[in-house]
Design a protein around this ligand. Structure first.
Ligand code: NDP
Length: 331
């Protein structure tokens, strides 16, 4: 740790996990839960997805301190139907549930061809590429989505109804890292809008509207108004699908129900996650043909590779976080 002249704190990458883990344990997590969340934060920082790294720590800590989240959760698995893995997150943060379900879900998908995990009673505050890549690394194709609190209006509306509802997809590759995309249903993730507000940056056109429904580039106004879905009504339909799969289908709260129940302590609301796993069978050889054709085009790359390209630089140079954030984490 080094305090810079800019007032920011410089951290080497290897300092991130212990920093997060100690703060989580101090605030009520046992080793298993703290380790899973801290590893998730470490991976986010390692890949440059800072909006889901240490930036989230005050929220993680607030929901432990308020007693909303169970820091000693022990996720429970059941198989009520042959290809359905029901996962009760025991009121804890999602990363431990992901680590608990990954191998059994992949095994189920390989034996049944297709398997679904219905993760309920959990608190998801992270980027979804981690869980779908965990499954791809077990040799299965994975698709996951989760709802949150209202941030996006339905097409034609102006009031938030859907969460920013991310969808992540990962395809395993022989001898290489999986091909993964992970995208919010909004033009921008809410975390990025919060960072823009904190750092005083304007948002790109089309990212959001103010509370009267007028387009604005001001992140503060968007946080009080609504983010917009990507692709207009098409993104709104994806956000609606996520509500239906990650809440209605699996028996969890819709975003507006989650918001009504939430204590607004700064952490995530209780919710669920829909995870689909598929046995790729003979599809892996064919997919390499597609990837090769994609990469023949100048300027094209595989989703996921942009994130991975940041790893070497971050491992070498470390990261910088605001001093205020560092103080909140260290208490
Ligand atoms: P981005 O718009 O930054 O990226 C979306 C995807 O597009 C990434 O997989 C990215 O890959 C890929 N991509 C970007 N540019 C290209 C390109 N030129 N060619 C090919 N692929 C490309 O992400 P979002 O802002 O939409 O998502 C933010 C994050 O927020 C996600 O991780 C999501 O899971 C998380 N989130 C979590 C929520 C929760 O409740 N837990 C709620 C909402 C969002 P690459 O990474 O390689 O650039």
């Amino acid at each position: 740790m080094k305090e810079l002249d800019s007032g920011k704190i410089h951290l080497n990458l290897e300092e991130v996990k212990p920093l997060a883990e100690q703060a989580l344990m101090r605030t009520g997590c046992n080793q298993e839960n703290a380790g899973a969340v801290a590893e998730c934060i470490y991976q986010a920082e390692q890949h440059g997805t800072h909006s889901h790294g240490l930036f989230r720590m005050p929220g993680y800590l607030a929901s432990l301190a308020s007693g909303k989240v169970n820091g000693r959760a022990s996720p429970k698995l059941a198989t009520p139907k042959p290809s359905l893995l029901a996962v009760d997150g025991d009121g804890g943060y999602a990363p431990l549930a992901h680590r608990t379900l990954a191998k059994p879900l992949a095994e189920l998908a390989k034996s049944q061809g297709v398997a679904m995990a219905a993760l309920t009673n959990t608190f998801h505050f992270a980027a979804l590429w981690q869980e779908v890549e965990m499954l791809a690394n077990e040799g299965v194709v994975a698709l996951a989505c989760t709802a949150f609190k209202p941030a996006l209006p339905p097409a034609g509306g102006k009031d938030p109804l859907y969460g920013t509802n991310p969808v992540a997809f990962s395809w395993p590759r022989k001898g290489g890292e999986p091909c993964t995309f992970d995208q919010a249903s909004s033009v921008m993730a809410r975390g990025e809008v919060m960072i823009a507000a904190r750092e005083g940056h304007a948002l790109p056109d089309g990212a959001g509207i103010d509370s009267d429904g007028n387009p604005t580039n001001d992140p503060e106004k968007v946080l009080k108004g609504a983010l917009l879905p990507f692709g207009g009504y098409k993104g709104a339909s994806i956000a609606m699908m996520v509500e239906l799969l990650a809440a209605s289908l699996i028996g969890e709260q819709l975003s507006f129900e989650a918001a009504a129940q939430d204590n607004n302590d700064g952490g995530p609301p209780r919710g669920g996650e829909f995870i689909l796993a598929l046995d790729p069978a003979h599809g892996l050889a064919s997919s390499e043909g597609l990837f090769a054709k994609m990469l023949e085009q100048e300027g094209a790359r595989l989703p996921g590779d942009g994130r991975r390209a940041k790893r070497d630089g971050i491992a070498k140079n470390g990261i910088q976080i605001p001093a205020e954030l560092y103080s909140k984490i260290t208490g």
